[in-house]
Write a protein that binds this ligand. Structure first.
Ligand code: COA
Length: 176
């Protein structure tokens, strides 16, 4: 029910001191989708409530990072952002990446529902993301569905990239 840190198991808030490690993990997990360190630093600074790291055996072994954004404007790879929109409508899940040794242990199953809950509680209408590699089936398990992105928005993410959204019930949201 809460967006506080309790109940996140091995996950904790990402701090500025984690950015180098996070960037290193992104290079290891997504070698064909390089993003600059500044991309992670910007987002952590702009929206700390959407930035988490996974601790395993005393080191950071994964991260999850995202922020309020506009669903119609999925961000290009390696895009810097200077500010968040005044009227965001989605929680844009920029990336979730775990080192191989940290996978299959249920860590994603903790942080993804947390992000979804956080988005709902902060009044956003959806969670959206660009699924890369073969991750779309993983996201569909949480209720994400394929969504049309306008021409060119997925360029740079690879041929198999998919734009996925999880839209909340407008009735339950009291909007639209
Ligand atoms: C995708 C990823 C984040 C999943 O993390 P994880 O900690 O291994 O996932 P979990 O152990 O929490 O699994 C949650 C559920 O999803 C399932 N799952 C995991 N990976 C899956 C996949 N690729 N396709 C379908 N289901 C998957 C698990 O079996 C589990 O199901 P269960 O609850 O019935 O047991 C992780 O494998 C990863 O970092 N991959 C590389 C980076 C990546 O592709 N990130 C997505 C970028 S958009």
């Amino acid at each position: 029910m809460s967006t506080q840190m309790g109940g996140l198991g091995p996950w904790r808030a990402m701090g500025t001191g984690d950015i180098d490690r996070v960037h290193g993990i992104s290079e290891a997990v997504h070698p064909t989708l390089p993003e600059n360190r500044a991309v992670f630093a910007d987002r952590q600074a702009l929206y700390p409530a959407g930035a988490f790291v996974l601790e395993r055996d005393g080191t950071v072994a994964g991260y999850c990072i995202g922020h309020p954004w506009l669903e119609a404007e999925p961000l290009p790879l390696d895009a810097r952002i200077e500010r968040l929109p005044v009227r965001p409508d989605t929680f844009y899940l920029h990336d979730l990446a775990l080192l191989p040794g940290a996978r299959g242990l249920g860590a994603a199953g903790i942080i993804v529902p947390h992000i979804i809950r956080h988005a709902r509680e902060t009044g956003l209408a959806s969670v959206s993301l660009i699924a890369v590699a073969d991750s779309a089936p993983f996201w569909r398990r949480f209720g994400f569905r394929d969504t049309q992105a306008s021409e060119g928005k997925l360029a740079g993410y690879g041929a198999d990239a998919r734009f996925l959204t999880l839209r909340f019930d407008p009735e339950a949201q009291g909007r639209h």
